[in-house]
Design a protein around this ligand. Sequence first.
Ligand code: FAD
Ligand code: DHB
Length: 393
Amino acid sequence: MPPRTQVAIIGAGPAGLMLGALLARHGIASVILEARSRTYIEHRIRAGVLEQGTIDAMDEAGAGARMHQQGLVHEGTILRFGGRSHRIDFRALTGKAVMIYSQHELVRDLVAVRIAAGDPLELEVEDVTLDGIETRKPCVRFRRAGQPHELACDFIAGCDGFHGVSRAAIPADRLRVFEHDYPFGWLGILADVAPSSPELVYAHHDRGFALLSMRSPSVSRLYLQCAPDEDLAAWSDDRIWSELAIRLGADDFTLATGPITQRSVTPMRSFVAEPMRHGRLFLAGDAAHIVPPTGAKGLNLAIADVRLLAEALAAFYGRGDATLLDAYSELCLRRVWKVERFSAWMTQLLHRHDAPPGAELGHRLQLAELDYVTSSHAAATTLAENYVGLPLR
Ligand code: FAD
Ligand code: DHB
């Protein structure tokens, strides 16, 4: 008999680790299989804005202590265009706020909780394959240190990101895919310098979008719109800082510079695969959908999926009730599409679109929309309620 568990979780990103932690709280056993090493997953620089629902999930997982100590609560954000700043006051408009806390710190906290509980986390596994997902006895096969292993389970959670194997295990004729690749990307940097603004600045500029964000009172995170295949070698530190200073420029603003400690180019994509369930396989997070990062939603959407999945599995194991499992895909997708909409809208609103004809008209329409969003209470509320996070259902 191969070893068995209740839920086999593929991937130890935010989705997989959070699912494992929430299941443990309900007394449901899981094994997490991860292709990378602990050092790798704990240092992968990605998102940094947490919605209230993500903060609540960290607390429920028993992993929130460091986040509350070190996270920075932000009650608003700045939209900058035409060289002027306009604040969107999340607290006044929605009663809510967001928290700045790095994705890799969240991963570290969830790994620590898992290891302290002694729950299985198999790292550096290879050749993961999913079997029998259309039966009541699915099974995951993999290799570790060259040795073959087999894990029998009741359910498989595909939390292995966009390039994982889980989505591909669903027969192509059962999956519908919606996809758009944007004709631009983000050049992102981390720098050892205090953030030049107490709140994030989303800047619309003739030369392209720029974003000022942060990780702590002494570390800044900044992004510049660039080509999707931008050559990083063409960007000296000086060029990066001077381009950021131009695009983020405003009368009352000076951009402080410092040593750049990390840099990368991220392509931008909108992607949804439907349905998010096939037989006993449930997809969650980037395995099922991708948003362009402009609304800071990717990580939060992944956590929202697994909150619903954990609740559904708890109902199944606790009361023998499969209603929520059956509704999982539909419930998630209703929210996913709204977040896709918001992310695409923020992206379209703030980026430079070069494709003629109509580029000049499009540019003026963007400025009119920015003016509207920052002067109409109703429009500002729409932005704010999406940014702080829509209800789980
Ligand atoms: P992931 O974090 O991708 O985790 C999947 C895990 O599965 C990984 O650990 C991977 O190693 C593992 N895995 C993959 N294949 C296998 C396999 N075959 N077997 C076992 N394990 C496997 N979002 C924002 O909101 N703001 C940002 O600024 C931002 N920046 C980003 C920058 C980059 C470069 C990327 C790629 C994404 C960024 N995102 C950002 C999106 C956000 O980080 C993701 O939405 C989030 O990581 C999704 O979490 P996840 O757990 O679903 O997937
Ligand atoms: C960050 C990333 C985002 O995509 C965003 O919209 C805001 C902040 C960040 O990495 O800090």
